[in-house]
Design a protein around this ligand. Structure first.
Ligand SMILES: [Fe+2]
Length: 467
């Protein structure tokens, strides 16, 4: 390279570096450019919404954890023509005969909509780490599915969680779910951070779109537990048409084992699964001091035994740290209430949705402010969680593309693309996290991070970015 060539090459690069240093102290804003298309819902006659054939065939089959430790499962399904049987038959390959459990069904009305017969059946005391087959629709059209219980709770049990938020039922939602299913690192259970069907975007919150969502997701939800978090699109609070009970469709359709963790409402609860302790919070229930959620969480954190479950994960819908110009600071009042506990108890990671994009924070906290001291800037804090916004499931409202500039220091990586994530817990000390955008091949990681557990690796730096 001649002298002139050197100048031509070096100066723009130097300029870029200087520019970077002057304008931004934050992490990476991805340069990935997504093809701009409108995100629209799949029409009602789409294949993924097809009603299973046969008289009164069970549809919208889904399962979730049914107890505190993973030996229980709640199986749910809907029958349309008549209530039909509440029985679930289940067996493992070691069993000589099928066992049976009895559930219950319920229906609800929402404005001019009447639901089908929504069945829920809790099965408890299963064997850990065992594949079970199950049948529903006994006496009419029988459909068979299977699931695998998690290993017994313990500190070094490897386990892989998927992560999806704000899914909806658009063409992009279908791509997200397909990418999750085809990810070579198979998720065993899915942590869902709220906003399921987006039925409330239709006139009168057309609950038919709750039914289509149940049929669309069945290909995953019937075979592995989805751990539910309530989002704002679960509220369905519409007093102008007489619908004044918040969360009515959601609570009728998606039960959770909240009583097992001493919770008094299905919107906040916790479960243990393998080596993880998962706390689910509600951004849309009262959380101030003295409220039921506050009192429950205050009592909950001291119960977490990191020798039993080294990984402490929190799910919520509205993110506390979000540098997009959407839903900005909506999570702020809950952050002010609860963040000191998250730091004190060394929460490993907080997953949220709501903002339709992806963002990962550094380990930061902002707990010094006391009204008069003016100290209100997030700081690096090795006791703090990593905050991940994963509201990028692909619903009809489209992507959040507009970001605050420059990227704040606390934001490590952000990108306006649809996708899902995988949290692959290896043992008590290491977990590998990866985020996968929908435009890439199934194995491609767009962002990734090794988590070193701070309770068990006290001398190590807590995270190492590899993206
Ligand atoms: Fe939301």
């Amino acid at each position: 390279m001649g002298l002139l060539g050197l100048f031509v090459f070096v100066f723009p690069v130097l300029g870029l570096i200087l520019n970077e240093a002057v304008l931004s102290n934050g992490g990476t804003t991805s340069s990935f450019v997504r093809k701009v298309e409108k995100t629209i819902d799949m029409p009602l006659d789409s294949d993924v919404f097809r009603v299973p054939s046969g008289y009164n065939a069970p549809q919208q089959v889904h399962i979730t954890q049914g107890d505190l430790e993973g030996k229980g499962v709640i199986i749910s399904w809907v029958t349309q023509e008549e209530p039909g049987s509440n029985t679930v038959l289940y067996w493992s390959k070691h069993d000589k005969q099928k066992s049976s459990a009895e559930g219950k069904y319920r229906t609800y009305k929402f404005y001019n909509y009447t639901s089908g017969y929504i069945h829920h059946c809790t099965i408890k005391n299963l064997k850990f780490n065992t594949k079970y087959y199950y049948e529903v629709g006994i006496g009419n059209t029988v459909r068979q599915f299977w699931f695998r219980t998690p290993p017994k709770v313990g500190p070094d049990v490897p386990y892989t969680f998927g992560l999806i938020g704000d899914l909806g039922q658009s063409y992009d939602s279908n791509i997200t779910l397909t990418h999750y299913e085809h990810n070579p690192t198979k998720g065993h259970a899915l942590l869902f951070v709220g906003d399921l069907s987006y039925a409330d975007n239709y006139p009168f919150h057309d609950n038919v779109r709750w039914d289509t969502w149940g049929r669309f997701t069945e290909r995953s939800t019937a075979y592995q537990p989805w751990i539910w978090t309530a989002g704002n699109h679960e509220l369905d609070f519409v007093p102008e048409i007489g619908e004044t009970v918040p969360f009515k469709p959601y609570t009728h359709r998606y039960p959770v084992p909240y009583k097992a963790s001493g919770s008094t409402a299905p919107f906040w609860y916790s479960i243990k699964r393998a080596s993880a302790y998962i706390i689910v919070l509600s951004s849309y229930s009262a959380y101030g001091k003295y409220t039921p959620q506050f009192k429950w969480l205050e009592a909950e954190f001291p119960k977490v035994n990191r020798s039993e479950t080294p990984w402490l994960i929190v799910l919520m819908h509205s993110p506390w740290y979000n540098s997009y110009n959407y839903h900005y600071m909506e999570g702020e009042t809950m952050r002010v209430m609860y963040e000191p506990w998250f730091v004190k108890y060394k929460v490993d990671m907080v997953f949220a949705g709501h903002v339709h994009a992806y963002e990962r924070s550094e380990r930061i906290s902002n707990v010094a402010y006391n009204i008069v001291n003016g100290v209100c800037t997030p700081i690096h804090d090795q006791s703090a969680p990593v905050y991940i916004t994963i509201g990028d499931g692909g619903n009809l409202e489209g992507l959040a593309t507009n970001m605050t500039e420059p990227q704040p220091k606390y934001s490590a990586y952000r990108e306006a693309s649809f996708g899902h994530a995988i949290l692959d817990i290896k043992n008590r000390t290491h977990a590998y996290y990866s985020w996968h955008r929908n435009q890439d091949g199934y194995a491609v990681e767009a962002d990734s991070l090794w988590f070193f557990n701070r309770v068990w690796n006290p001398m190590d730096d807590s995270t190492t970015a590899s993206s």
